[in-house]
Write a protein that binds this ligand. Structure first.
Ligand code: TYD
Length: 232
């Protein structure tokens, strides 16, 4: 895996309706109030081409998209995102918060679409040249609760969201398995906890990580992940 610069890379993962965006926003606000430079981004998307790929893969109306095509579109969006947005920000010493990353593909396409973890993981490691988050925050949501939250106010569900609860149940299980294997680089939290409590727990974990990496200000991290291994 490749060198990934001196910044800090955090991914938010979880089922649809878990509240990832809310928590990413809260964390960004807390870190920015200390003068740290934070880049908030999302997948699929995050680049002009990624946003086009996002509508291709999520909007209804493009006809049937087979599972391999779907996995390749997410990976293509991620390749652009890693090369053009995440890696440059890490090289500038910034804190990157992404709403979804490789684990989403492993869970949705690997488990949900049954393409298998190994194939999806290797496709995505190739696409990102091995760029890995220092920390993944997994907000674990019950599929029924996720659906209730995301359809509140009559919001329309996208192509993936509108899959059955059984599909979302497989995804939930896959996320938890991934986190269980690497508990050192995951923070797993039940998504039903109060927003403020989740935000405080996430900030405490990020603070511990910042202290371990000695981040005092932007650009001051002494090679957080410059071990050539790509992992913290
Ligand atoms: P998301 O942006 O979280 O949805 P929203 O805009 O409603 O917050 O994600 C869009 C959908 O794409 C979501 O159902 C998960 C799915 N997805 C995958 O299936 N694979 C992936 O690799 C990614 C990044 C997302």
């Amino acid at each position: 895996m490749s060198k990934q610069g001196p910044g800090l890379f955090i991914a938010f993962e979880g089922g649809d309706g878990a509240g990832k965006s809310t928590q990413a926003a809260r964390l960004a606000e807390a870190l920015e109030s200390r003068g740290l430079t934070v880049l908030r981004t999302r997948e699929p998307g995050g680049t002009p081409i990624g946003e086009k790929l996002r509508s291709l893969v999520l909007d209804h109306g493009h006809g049937h998209i087979d599972a391999h095509t779907e996995a390749l579109i997410f990976a293509a969006s991620r390749a652009a995102h890693a090369a053009q947005v995440i890696r440059p920000a890490l090289e500038r010493g910034e804190i990157v918060l992404t709403d979804r990353y490789i684990d989403s593909s492993v869970a949705y396409q690997g488990a949900g679409r049954d393409l298998g973890e190994d194939a999806v993981r290797s496709l995505n490691e190739w696409a990102t040249s091995g760029l890995q988050p220092h920390l993944t925050v997994l907000l674990d949501v019950d599929p029924a609760m996720g659906r209730q939250r995301r359809t509140a106010g009559n919001a329309a569900e996208d192509r993936l969201e509108s899959e059955a609860d059984e599909f979302h149940g497989r995804i939930r299980k896959a996320f938890l398995e991934l986190a269980g294997r690497r508990s050192d680089s995951y923070l797993v939290l039940p998504a039903h906890l109060p927003i403020g409590e989740l935000a405080a727990t996430i900030l405490a974990r990020v603070d511990a990580l910042l202290a371990a990496l000695a981040v005092d200000s932007v650009g001051a991290v002494p090679s957080a992940a410059a071990d050539g291994g790509g992992n913290p």
